[in-house]
Design a protein around this ligand. Structure first.
Ligand code: NAD
Length: 459
């Protein structure tokens, strides 16, 4: 993402004003070596502690985060340009993830399996040191998706935040210490992907990498992990469909469509950026969606009424501009002028499904509207992508809702709504949207190995 040399300090800019917020030293490969050694030592003590004590420590961590929601939210607004309402939700999500994970510590049971001549039991053992490589689009929640269950399952965590958004991660590490989480059990190493991130991926002392970010980098990481058979969870890109059938509550579907791709300025791997509308209601849908789009409030992230802020960086702004070429037919909302990485809410119509803006992850406030003929055509279009993360469908027909939900190859679908991520339900992608699942009832298990032990009663 950053064009800076891979050793340079990280310059954190406020995306709404382009003002320098902070300069943060980048961790070197030696820093990673030292952190892994310290993490491994801390992990041994943590894994040996009573489950109730580990659960209590995580609940204290959650309580301390809860006491700092406003501070963390304001930091997120400054470094990521998120709206204040979103940033408060994100800080609260960290608290919730820690509490949820704490509840799992004493429930992380193995099994007893019937055998002849003895007993057979399984243990869910921690992996050791986990490397979490986080992106800039949801710096706090995505860090905590890895951090909370990994700690709860008895592991240590080294978190590498994205170059542009290290500040909330660094603050969370301070809050962990304040809450009594053992020293070095959770460390944050800000740095460049090609140095700090790569050193974590290559380090033999790191048992698993949890990566969220671009599909391009995810593939590189997976290939490097393969060399050591290192465990890996990948949460990658998306180009999610929002399928509107003619029998849907069209007013509600049209009213919901803009924020389903504009939330977080479209920098959301679940953004519903391919709006597929049945041809018989296509024109009516457009009539309804235009005022909804124009009503989206874009501006100062600190204004509580703002619904959409700036993009994260100039690089991202240029990337988004590159997709919306002059030959395209667009419907646009408004965005502030002047400093800041602003881009208006945009809908592209009359475009081929194979055009780059319709097929690739733009990661900005841009969606395409494409017509379809019938249910079969809707499913075909929805699945005509290398991605498979999320999707929505709008219909009043229950049978169709279930048929299409089962037919769309994506990990997270919602019917007559756009919700997709809850910390207590599983989340992850089909196809090139990722590998493995995070969150949900099995979140802790993803940070364990299963060991099977047979004990003879014959000896
Ligand atoms: P990225 O994949 O380069 O960065 C994500 C994280 O990986 C960052 O912490 C980065 O430092 C780290 N990283 C980069 N190269 C690495 C390497 N070789 N080894 C280890 N770690 C490395 O993403 P980006 O450049 O910030 O964004 C580019 C595009 O990726 C976006 O426009 C968007 O399409 C997509 N993206 C998707 C998500 C998502 O949630 N799925 C998040 C961020 C970006």
């Amino acid at each position: 993402m950053s064009d800076a040399p891979a050793t340079a300090d990280l310059a954190v800019l406020n995306p709404a004003t382009e003002e320098l917020v902070a300069t943060v030293p980048a961790a070197t490969r030696d820093d990673v070596d030292a952190a892994v050694a310290k993490a491994a030592a801390a992990q041994r003590g943590w894994a040996a502690a009573a489950p109730a004590d580990r659960a209590r420590a995580l609940r204290r961590f959650a309580a301390v985060v809860d006491g700092h929601i406003e501070e963390l939210a304001l930091l997120e607004v400054r470094e990521a340009g998120h709206t204040l309402a979103n940033a408060r939700w994100e800080a609260g999500n960290v608290r919730d993830l820690l509490e949820f994970a704490a509840g799992g510590v004493e429930r992380l049971s193995g099994r007893q399996i019937p055998v002849a001549g003895g007993i057979d039991v399984t243990f869910l053992e921690p992996l050791g040191v986990i490397g979490v490589i986080a992106p800039w689009n949801f710096p706090m929640p995505i860090a905590a998706w890895g951090l909370a269950p990994a700690l709860a399952a008895g592991n240590a965590v080294i978190l590498k935040p994205a170059e542009t958004t290290p500040l909330t991660a660094l603050r969370l590490a301070e809050l962990a210490l304040e809450a009594g989480i053992p020293e070095h059990l959770f460390q944050v190493l800000p740095g460049h992907g090609a140095v700090t991130g790569d050193a974590l991926v290559e380090h033999p002392g790191v048992a698993k990498i949890v990566f969220t970010g671009s599909t391009r980098v995810g593939k590189q990481i997976m290939a490097k992990c393969a060399d050591r058979v290192k465990r890996v969870t990948l949460e990658l890109g998306g180009k999610s469909p929002n399928i509107v059938f003619a029998d849907a509550d069209l007013e509600t579907a049209a009213a919901a469509a803009p924020m389903a791709y504009l939330d977080n300025t479209g920098q959301d791997c679940c953004a519903r950026t391919r709006i597929l509308v049945q041809r018989s209601v296509y024109d009516r849908f457009l009539e309804l969606v235009v005022p909804a789009l124009e009503a989206v409030r874009v501006g100062d992230p600190l204004d509580e009424k703002t619904q959409m802020g700036p993009l994260i960086s100039r690089t991202q702004l240029e990337r988004v501009r590159g997709y919306v070429t002059d030959d395209l037919t667009t419907i646009r909302g408004t965005a502030p002028e002047g400093p800041g990485f602003w881009y208006p809410p945009t809908l592209v119509t009359d475009v081929a499904p194979t055009a780059p803006v319709a097929a690739e992850e733009v990661f900005g406030p841009v969606a395409v509207v494409l017509p379809f003929e019938d249910e079969e055509d809707a499913v075909r279009l929805a699945n005509a992508t290398e991605y498979g993360l999320s999707g929505s469908l709008w219909t009043r027909d229950l049978g169709r809702a279930l048929r299409v939900s089962r037919a769309v190859a994506a990990g997270n679908l919602s019917v007559n709504s756009h919700s997709s991520v809850r910390y207590w339900t599983p989340f992850g992608g089909y196809k090139q949207s990722g590998l493995g699942r995070e969150l949900g009832p099995d979140a802790l298990t993803a940070f364990t190995e299963t060991k099977n032990v047979f004990i003879s009663t014959e000896a």
